[in-house]
Write a protein that binds this ligand. Structure first.
Ligand SMILES: Nc1ncnc2c1ncn2[C@@H]1O[C@H](COP(=O)(O)OP(=O)(O)OP(=O)(O)O)[C@@H](O)[C@H]1O
Ligand SMILES: [Mg+2]
Length: 256
């Protein structure tokens, strides 16, 4: 559907001896901040990798901005900030952005535009290694924004930041989305759920909920996203006991 930035149908992925996804379906609307949330190991990075087209898949279909994931034509249209995205600590903010701009074939103006966009112009000449954690994360965000991609995929960009800096970064994601860029952002911190327009809650390779923050809280009768997630897991286990069996069998198999 044209209103969706991403459509995933029946995605199957195996990593090592582990079936991470055994038929995953989801849709991500354009122009919003969608949060991909779930505990460590639930499959967030694997799903993001499939969306940006770098994950080997066993089956299913992933469409991104009207093309198949990984198509050459998507290279400039999709940006991926990997978990623990690396910039050069011994270079300045401006040098980093100019370097990565050159890599994607963009010019110095693009480095300046992005630096302004993420609020780092006052720190242009500062070495990245001497920046605060929140500022350094904004350099990584700036790198992702080079070339003005239509979809920005960020894997746990707020990890290691205090709540104030996390809030700042999420406000920046919101501003970028308001300017028309689709943002897909993962986190294993449930509190961040409330900062997104849409939420995908993932657990052990299955979608526990695809909803909005307001509906999540309303459906679970709580004001705390962590408790809402636990409530959904409890409900999920009740309605789908066969999945628990499958997982237990898989664990036994893996342990043998
Ligand atoms: N290279 C790999 N080889 C084998 N198994 C892997 C590999 N990478 C990930 N896995 C497994 O795939 C599953 C999903 O991993 P994934 O990295 O997608 O989780 P995640 O939700 O991103 O976790 P985190 O929050 O810790 O980053 C996990 O069970 C993990 O052990
Ligand atoms: Mg991960």
């Amino acid at each position: 559907m044209m209103n969706n930035a991403v459509t995933v149908e029946g995605l199957r992925v195996r990593r090592g001896r582990h079936d991470v996804f055994a038929g995953l379906d989801l849709a991500i609307p354009r122009g919003q901040v969608t949060g991909l949330l779930g505990p460590s190991g639930c499959g967030k990075t694997t799903l993001l990798r499939a969306i940006v087209g770098v994950q080997r898949v066993r089956g299913g279909r992933v469409d991104v901005l009207g093309e198949r994931a990984g198509s050459a034509s998507l290279r400039r249209r999709v940006a991926y900030g990997t978990q623990g995205a690396a910039v050069y600590p011994d270079l300045s903010v401006r040098q980093n952005l100019r370097y990565f701009a050159t890599v994607i074939g963009a010019g110095k103006d693009e480095a300046e535009r992005v630096m302004d966009r993420v609020g780092l112009t006052p720190f242009a000449g500062q070495t990245v290694g001497a920046l605060s954690g929140g500022q350094a994360n904004r350099v990584s965000l700036g790198v992702a924004l080079l070339g003005d991609p239509e979809l920005v995929v960020l894997d746990e960009p707020t990890v290691g930041l205090d709540p104030v800096l996390r809030a700042e970064l999420w406000a920046l994601f919101r501003a970028i989305a308001d300017a028309g860029t689709t943002m897909l952002v993962s986190s294993h911190v449930m509190d961040e759920a409330l900062r997104c327009d849409r939420l995908i809650l993932l657990r052990e390779g299955r979608i526990v909920a695809a909803t909005t923050p307001a509906r999540l809280l309303q459906d679970t009768g709580t004001t705390d996203p962590e408790r809402a997630f636990l409530a959904l897991i409890a409900r999920d286990a009740e309605v789908a006991p066969e999945h628990r069996t499958t997982r237990r069998e898989r664990r036994t198999e893996a342990g043998s």
